[in-house]
Design a protein around this ligand. Structure first.
Ligand code: HEM
Ligand code: HEM
Length: 263
């Protein structure tokens, strides 16, 4: 049956590594601990008892103040560990590609505008300008919950007294942090409703994104462009097996990847 398998040869998609294992683990730990903090934080409000969710068999623990509080502490510990590692790791390696840059707000509007209209986007670095802004927003919100959360832990220790003002403001700002984190996550996930952004999902799952995608959208990411070019040059597939440049996704008049990569 060798003829048959040659005829059904599927085009090979050439990929490059975008997200290291370390980044993926940190993202997974931050995402899962934040999710846990939201669920257990709501338990202390006490959301689940009030709305009878804690009456559902298997979910009664959500109505226990003690259980949700200790789980909240556990998730807080995981989150703070991941955040500390993340900051030290990138500071020591001097990797600051995700920090916002001057003009990011204006450029985000241009990128999002082009994406919504289905036009060609201006080339980006490793991260799109709106990703850098999203990072700053989520980092600020998480930072706020950590600082105010630590103060709330302190106020919870019997015998350690804090002023009424401190009590009041740590609670208000912790709730504000919760609200901002929640809105940030909704916006973050909503970004994947747009088809071009879905190409990034693989990067957070297994680390890889398409080489063509990198050349087209992240033409100002030097390391990525180099990796993509070598990966595409190194592959010698038969004519029929060559990856098809996504011309149909590119508006008329725009040559695909080679053109943007050269900029
Ligand atoms: C199932 C849920 C999630 C999925 C599928 C997801 C997926 C992704 C992807 C694909 C990226 C882009 C990475 C790249 O540019 O290569 C990303 C980045 C990021 N994620 Fe998530 N994520 C999720 C949940 C979360 C949560 C809960 C948080 C924080 C609380 C979070 C925080 C971030 C941050 C700060 C970035 C960098 C900025 C950005 O790209 O917007 N993610 N995520
Ligand atoms: C994404 C991160 C976080 C979210 C979304 C979150 C959310 C919440 C929510 C919704 C509450 C209930 C507020 C209320 O009863 O009015 C709460 C309470 C609390 N959180 Fe967090 N939290 C986060 C991180 C943290 C961290 C990092 C710590 C500790 C370092 C912490 C410590 C506490 C404490 C001590 C309480 C009060 C428990 C009580 O005495 O009733 N939280 N959190």
């Amino acid at each position: 049956m060798p003829e048959k398998s040659a005829a059904t040869h599927t085009p090979k998609v050439v990929t490059i590594t975008r997200q290291s294992r370390s980044n993926r683990i940190v993202h997974a730990l931050v995402a899962s601990s934040t999710f846990g903090l939201i669920v257990t934080g709501l338990g202390q409000m006490p959301f689940y008892s009030r709305y009878k969710i804690a009456d559902i068999p298997g979910l009664t623990w959500l109505g226990s103040y003690e259980i949700t509080l200790w789980l909240h502490y556990l998730f807080a510990f995981v989150l703070m560990g991941a955040v500390t590692y993340h900051i030290l790791y990138h500071a020591l390696r001097r990797e600051f590609a995700i920090l916002p840059k001057r003009g990011d707000f204006k450029h985000s509007l241009q990128v999002i505008g082009a994406m919504v209209r289905g036009q060609k986007e201006p080339p980006s670095e490793k991260y799109l300008p709106e990703q850098r802004l999203a990072y700053a927003f989520i980092a600020f919100a998480i930072g706020l919950t950590i600082v105010t959360g630590l103060i709330k832990v302190y106020t919870n220790v019997p015998g350690w007294n804090v002023s009424d003002g401190m009590h009041f403001w740590s609670a208000q700002l912790h709730n504000l942090g919760f609200f901002l984190v929640f809105m940030g996550i909704i916006a973050h996930l909503a970004a994947f409703l747009f088809k071009p952004n879905r190409k990034l999902l693989g990067g957070m799952r297994h680390g890889q994104v398409e080489a063509h995608y990198t050349l087209e959208r992240h033409a100002h990411w030097k390391e990525g462009v180099q990796k993509a070019r070598s990966a595409l040059a190194g592959q010698t597939p038969p004519e029929s097996a060559a990856p098809k440049p996504p011309e149909e996704e590119t508006p008329k008049g725009d040559r695909p990847c080679e053109e943007s990569a050269a900029r």
